[in-house]
Design a protein around this ligand. Sequence first.
Ligand SMILES: NC(=O)C1=CN([C@@H]2O[C@H](COP(=O)(O)OP(=O)(O)OC[C@H]3O[C@@H](n4cnc5c(N)ncnc54)[C@H](O)[C@@H]3O)[C@@H](O)[C@H]2O)C=CC1
Ligand SMILES: O=C([O-])CC(=O)C(=O)O
Length: 338
Amino acid sequence: MTSSRPVTVVVTGAAGQIGYATVFRAAAGDLLGPGVPLRLHLLELPQARRAAEGTALELQDGAFPLLEGVDVFDDAAAAFEGASVGLLIGARPRSKGMERADLLEANAGIFSVQGRAANDGAADDFRAVVVGNPANTNAYIAASHAPDVPRERFTALTRLDHHRAVAQLAAATGARVADVDGVAIWGNHSATQYPDLTHATVGGRPAPEALAEKGLGADWVAETFIPRVAKRGAEIIEVRGGSSVASAAHAALCHVRDWVRGTPDGSWTSMAVPSDGSYGVPEGLVSSFPVTCRDGAATVVPGLELDGFSRARIERSVAELVEERTAVRELGLLGPRG
Ligand SMILES: NC(=O)C1=CN([C@@H]2O[C@H](COP(=O)(O)OP(=O)(O)OC[C@H]3O[C@@H](n4cnc5c(N)ncnc54)[C@H](O)[C@@H]3O)[C@@H](O)[C@H]2O)C=CC1
Ligand SMILES: O=C([O-])CC(=O)C(=O)O
């Protein structure tokens, strides 16, 4: 994505915590790269529109050379008009007494409208990352309502989980984060996710070898590493008194940046993408995989060997995604490509 014409980026939930942490870095070039001018479309609920207008004033005060304009909307159709990138952050949080079906239903209301808005008004090269939870199923819902947008353009964020896994492996082995490679997140952005170290390396050596040197084996991976990463969101809420914000914004920026500019040669990252059927994940389900990105397309890393433990963990998380899809299907919340 190199252009002298500004790229329009729609940010939903722009006045929320992650939205606020994202837009300034996007304006500074951390989303699309240093040479790419952009316009921001900030979408908010009517009651938060004023706060988004305040954010727009602050963006103006940043005098960002790449930022060619900011518009504020409380109507999805108008906000998605002409957009090439969507950062779909705004979602309905679970409130007290809310059942899972209620949560799925409330979010389906949001993501069906936004999927239709993308379908009808976004640019031909529109692509989106869904951050708002339940992110994978929200992305599935949006894609189902956007039959004219290639399905693979609707993805969900598991890059934060990927970063968490990299950082935990680095800490456990005493390595630098930059020396860790080949970590993968599989499945749902939820506690069932599978952070996989079986193909990871530390300083070029297999991760199990580097861990063994520290006295850490398969038990540590199963009983400490995996739950630590999978439940890190809850740990942050517990310690910080609020859910992850800056780390989530950073991950969303990295997700889009790598998607449009490519992953480094010889390396992969994790993204939740509509399955192409690889590794037994039902086609279309938005599930996290190790992916490489080239020329604006994300491709699931083919041919990785999975042992019985990995296969069982992936199946468990994918089963949860299937359940979520069944629930929204039964509630009649999917669109024409459901
Ligand atoms: N996938 C991931 O790794 C992570 C996902 N999350 C999720 O990200 C979402 C946002 O988190 P925060 O920014 O902390 O929440 P927040 O509550 O601070 O902000 C959400 C914003 O979205 C807005 N919003 C709600 N419905 C909207 C709609 N239909 N159109 C436009 N705007 C709408 C709200 O008015 C609010 O300003 C949550 O669902 C959270 O669970 C958070 C951390 C990590
Ligand atoms: O649970 C939440 O709302 C936050 C979240 O997704 C995470 O930190 O991974």
